[in-house]
Design a protein around this ligand. Sequence first.
Ligand code: NAD
Length: 421
Amino acid sequence: MRGDTKPDVCVIGLGYIGLPTAAIIARAGCPVHGVDVTQSVVDTINRGEIHIEEVDLDGLVQAVVQRGLLKASTEIAPADVFVIAVPTPFAKDGNHTPDTSYVMAAAEKVATVLKKGDTVILESTSPVGTTEAMRDAIAAKRPDLAMPGLCDGQPDVSLAYCPERVLPGKILEELTHNDRSIGGITPRCARKALAFYKRFVKGECVTTDARSAEMTKLVENAFRDVNIAFANELSMIADRQGLDVWEVIRLANRHPRVNILTPGPGVGGHCIAVDPWFIVHGAPEEAKIIRQARETNDAKMHHVLARAKALVEANPGAKIACLGLAFKANIDDFRESPARYVAASLAREFGERVQVVEPYAGELPREFDGTGAELVDIDAALEESGVLITLVDHDVFKVIPPEERQGKAVYDTRGIWPDVA
Ligand SMILES: NC(=O)c1ccc[n+]([C@@H]2O[C@H](COP(=O)([O-])OP(=O)(O)OC[C@H]3O[C@@H](n4cnc5c(N)ncnc54)[C@H](O)[C@@H]3O)[C@@H](O)[C@H]2O)c1
C-alpha cells in the first residue's frame, strides 16, 4: 500500500457486524475480500443479496458487489488490512467461560497470507488480552515476521483492537458516525489502525492500548447490565412489598440526579447478557457487582415466569396471550431473549391455551414445537385471550387502548400501559 492508494481489505466473518463493515469499507472505495466459513453466506453475498436483516444493507451490498468492490469467499486472500469479526460466545462448560477459538482460528488463517506492512484488527467483543493472544498465535505460525511487543526494533506488522458498539437496526449509520476506541498493541499499531478507520468513520477515533480498548467494550455493556439489574431488583422488591414499581421509579426520577432505568423480564441479546461475564471471568474475586447484576437479571426472568404462572392459574381455562418474543423492542432478534424463555415455558405447561403475538416472527421458534401454542396476530389475541402478558415493548403493543384490554387479567412486565399497575 503506497501513498493514497486504497488498501486491499480482507474482512473475516460476514455476520451482523462483518458484512455491514465490509460493505461500508467497500463503499469508501477499498476492494474488500470477505471471508466466511459458511458457503451459503458467501453465495448469498456474491449474488448481491444479504442473509441478515439490517436497514438499508441490502441496497448497499448489492451496489458494492455490482461494482466489483466486495467479493466473498470461504478462502482467505492476501490483503493490506485484515478485519476480524467472528463470534465470541461462551464455551459449553456451563461456567460462562469466553470461547475465543473462532478468533484464534481466524488469526491462524490470516497468518498464512500475512506480509510485511500489513495491519490486523480484531473487532469481535473479546476478553482482555485476546489481541495479544492473537498476536502470539500469529507469531507462532510466522516466526519470519517481527511482531509488535515481541521485537526490539520496528515490527513488520501492526495489530490492534477496535470494538463495535452499533445498535441493530441502525448499524450502517452508527458504523459511520459513532466514536471509536482504537487500541494498538503499540502506539504505532494504533496509529496504523486509526489511519484505516479514518477512511470511513466520521465519528471521533480515539487511540489507546489494546487491553484498554478490549475492556472498554466490556465495561460499556456491564454498565448497562448493572443499571438494568438495579431496576429489576427494585421491581422484585416492589412485588414483595405490594408497591407499584412504575410509580416509585417515576417519582424517584423527578430527582435531578436520579435516572432509574425501566424494569423488564430480564436481559437478553448477544451483548449485554454475555459480555459482563468476560469481565467476571478475568477478575472473579473483584467483579462482584458485575456478577451479581448478571445473576439478578437472570433471576428476574424466573420471577416473571412465576408471576405469569400464578396469573394463569388464577384464570383457569382462559387463553393466554404472550406479547413479544424479541429481546428488545421493535427488532426481530430472538437470541437469548427472556421473553422467548417465558413464553416457551408457559407454552410447555399450558399448551394450546397459549397464544404468542410477535409481529417480527414468521413462525414460532423450534422450542414451541409440539406444545400446541400458536402464533397469532394482535387482533386475534385481543379477541380470544383472557390473560395478557406483555413481554416486549414493541410500539404496536404500546398503542393498544385500555378499552381493548378491558376485562382481561394483565401482567405488564415492561410498564407499557400506565393504567396497569
Ligand atoms: N451483532 C451485534 O449487534 C454486535 C455488536 C457489537 C459487537 N458484536 C460482536 O461482534 C462479533 C461478531 O458478532 P456478529 O453478531 O457479527 O456474529 P454473527 O454470528 O452474526 O457473524 C459471525 C460470522 O462469522 C463466521 N465465522 C465464524 N468463524 C469463522 C472463521 N474462523 N472464519 C471466517 N468466518 C467465520 C460465521 O459463519 C458468521 O457468519 C462478536 O464478538 C460479537 O459479540 C456484535
